[in-house]
Design a protein around this ligand. Structure first.
Ligand SMILES: *Cc1c(COP(=O)(O)O)cnc(C)c1O
Length: 403
């Protein structure tokens, strides 16, 4: 390889390290769960940073379903869907996930990243407009880039700005309004009632990426549309199987039969990428069965979230208000020096056996450094006790809480 290319990459990597942005990976020795053994640490730690919202990642029912699918349907497909990569199992999952999401049909992808990468370009073109929230997920941003429609970015969750952008886009043939259902940094939920009203008024198609909501938001876990009571007003949903629904991988787009029909003909990550592995399909089906039969897991997650939020507030921490299991612990009182504080805080928590991640500039704006906690239905009351105790102890040591 050209030595100057190697040197260039090496110095870029050094810069990332100097800026404090280098992402390290710490191998877990065992399965994903609320209590994990991290390589290089003597004692197990409590995991408060997984997207394992319902605790299904290591759930015996899902592991068993994956085993059964492996035995019955084999290991891999070695084909895309339209050549010889469609098993009856794939079709069954598409039907069941569409029904769960309240849609006519659904189409599977290797990941929600691919669902978003392949949803815009087949549906709309240069005569159309995409109206998109400024803080939408990276995969939406990339998907929008692959599409020729004109792009209008509105300020995060700002309904006045959204309306202004819809007016600007009034002369387009079609308008597609796209938002994350839940935004991962703050755990805030998109204001869907306002969004759907404006979409109706300005004749826009609504697409919601519900990756941080499918399986647990709303009374029966259908997602942010159920939480906000706007069923029937969201036209297209993209979501992942890689978070609450077992956490392996895979995703889907759900919508009307025409939308899904067009995606099957024209969506490039679907046409030119391999079928989902049967074990993943079988386990995701089992996850949907469990969530349809009982709301126990999402109810427990809701209780854990409320308990943690209340106890951290009572302990004196500043947390972003809300109801989502993403709970950002803020240090804004300490701005502009909140970034090193968040970093020190996360490290001290790990020494106390609590595994969480700090986020600071440039991942979030200056003065908005935070530790992001994520609750799970698999957390036991004792786990939450230990987390609040550790936060309180470190908070006192680092002067975040009064001594
Ligand atoms: C996690 C996430 C994705 C990506 O999902 P994968 O299935 O892991 O590719 C897409 N959109 C949003 C909003 C997410 O949070």
């Amino acid at each position: 390889m050209d030595p100057s290319f190697r040197e260039f990459l090496s110095s870029e990597l050094d810069q990332i390290k100097e800026q404090g942005l280098f992402k390290e990976e710490w191998p877990i020795l065992g399965e994903q769960g609320p209590e994990i053994q991290v390589e290089g640490r003597a004692a197990p730690v409590l995991n408060f940073c997984a997207n394992n919202y319902l605790g299904l990642s290591g759930h015996p029912e899902l592991v068993a379903a994956a085993h059964r699918a492996l035995d019955e349907w084999g290991y891999g497909m070695s084909s895309v869907r339209f050549i010889c990569g469609t098993q009856a199992l794939h079709v069954e999952l598409e039907k069941k996930v569409a029904a769960f999401l309240g849609m006519e049909d659904a189409i599977l992808y290797a990941a929600c990243f691919d669902a978003n990468g392949g949803v815009f370009e087949p549906l709309i073109g240069k005569d159309d407009a995409i109206v998109t929230d400024q803080l939408n997920h990276a995969s939406i941003i990339d998907g929008v880039r692959l599409c020729k429609a004109q792009r209008f970015v509105y300020a995060h969750a700002d309904m006045a700005d959204l309306e202004a952008k819809l007016k600007e886009a009034a002369s387009a043939r079609f308008r597609l309004l796209v938002t994350d259902g839940v935004f991962s940094m703050d755990g805030d939920i998109a204001p869907l009632p306002g969004i759907c009203d404006l979409a109706e008024r300005y004749r826009a198609v609504v697409l919601v990426d519900d990756s941080h909501a499918t399986g647990f938001m709303g009374k029966t876990g259908r997602g942010t549309w159920e939480h906000h009571g706007v069923g029937g007003k969201v036209d297209i949903i993209t979501t992942t199987f890689g978070k609450a629904l077992g956490g392996a991988l895979g995703g889907c787009t759900a919508g009307s039969k025409e939308v899904i029909g067009m995606l099957r003909q024209r969506s490039r990550p679907y046409l030119f990428s391999n079928s989902l592995a049967p074990a993943v399909v079988g386990a995701t089906l089992r996850a949907l069965e469990l969530l349809t039969a009982s709301t126990e897991l999402r109810d427990r997650l809701e209780l854990n979230t409320r308990t943690f939020r209340e106890r951290m507030t009572a302990a004196g921490f500043e947390i972003r208000p809300g109801v989502h299991p993403i709970v950002p612990i803020m240090f804004s009182r300490f701005a502009p020096d909140d970034a090193p504080l968040a970093q020190r805080f996360a490290r001290a928590l790990l020494d106390e056996g609590i595994y969480v991640k700090g986020f600071f500039y440039p991942v979030v704006a200056k003065g908005l450094s935070r530790i992001r906690v994520q609750l799970s239905a698999a957390h036991q009351p004792a786990h939450i006790d230990r987390a609040v105790e550790a936060f309180t102890k470190v908070g006192k040591t680092l002067g975040v809480l009064g001594a």
